[in-house]
Design a protein around this ligand. Structure first.
Ligand SMILES: [Zn+2]
Length: 262
């Protein structure tokens, strides 16, 4: 078997967007906002060092609020060879919005990333991995051609509208190949933070399973505020090293992989 096996690393840079998207009142809660600030004070440089060490191009998903507050840092991601996608404006879930709000959230988010990186992003991840019944048309209208949201297949595929293929490729994601089910806590009583080893075990088992199924790929979803802590980054280094030890693995950005889909 000589076919390449694509690996995509998608990383959300949520910052304070989820808190501000829940309520503008949260702008008055500095401790709540500090979790997002961690990403820029500490997390991002540490995570970028790991990606550089392994020479891996990643795809970063950035809410508009974050692109407006940290344009330098977001522009720097692009200068380092990573891809930048849009991730809503204030990290609000499309199905919970009115049609006007959904359109505004999408367009403002794309505009803000464009202002930060000097290029209109064509990659998009919904802030909640959810679409509304209007989302497909809105994405097509805005020239988005790669989505990383659906959970329905092990392979990239092209979306259909009225049974016909459209210029939008889906790179499916999975909850068990994301860091949040293992590490998100949010101060909620009863919620348990899993060990880094738990995540690595699940991720590695799934990679092993996928690696021998032709046409599939491995799509990991990370969040800077969750993965970019020193102990978890050591696990990420072990995991990336394991992935890299496989001959057919090719690390690709989301758009690079989407370009290979017929
Ligand atoms: Zn997010």
């Amino acid at each position: 078997m000589t076919e390449h096996f694509p690996v995509c690393i998608g990383i959300d840079v949520d910052g304070a967007a989820p808190a501000l998207g829940r309520s503008p009142e949260n702008a008055k809660r500095p401790v709540m906002l500090s979790e997002g600030a961690f990403e820029f004070h500490e997390g991002l440089p540490l995570l970028l060092a790991v990606l550089s060490e392994f020479e891996i191009p990643a795809s970063f998903y950035v809410p508009g609020i974050v692109a407006e507050k940290y344009p330098e840092a977001i522009g720097n991601l692009q200068r380092r060879g990573h891809e930048i996608g849009s991730h809503g404006y204030a990290h609000r879930s499309p199905p919970l919005l009115t049609p006007e709000e959904e359109k505004s959230e999408l367009v403002r988010g794309i505009d803000a990333v464009e202002a930060a990186i000097g290029k209109r992003p064509t990659l998009w991840r919904s802030p909640a991995w959810e679409w509304s019944e209007r989302t497909l048309q809105l994405l097509l209208d805005e020239g988005v051609n790669v989505s990383a949201n659906f959970h329905d297949r092990l392979r990239p595929y092209r979306h259909l509208q009225n049974g016909k293929p459209v210029p939008l490729v889906e790179l499916p994601v999975q909850w068990h190949l994301a860091d949040n089910p293992f590490f998100f806590h949010g101060g909620q009583p009863g919620r348990v933070i899993r060990t880094a080893q738990d995540a690595q075990t699940v991720w590695q088992d799934e990679f092993d399973g996928l690696y021998n199924i032709p046409g599939t790929f491995y799509h990991l979803t990370l969040h800077v505020n969750l993965i970019a802590h020193p102990g978890r980054l050591r696990m990420l280094e072990r995991h990336l090293s394991y992935l890299k030890s496989h001959d057919r693995v090719r690390f690709m950005t989301a758009s690079e992989l989407a370009d290979t889909v017929a």
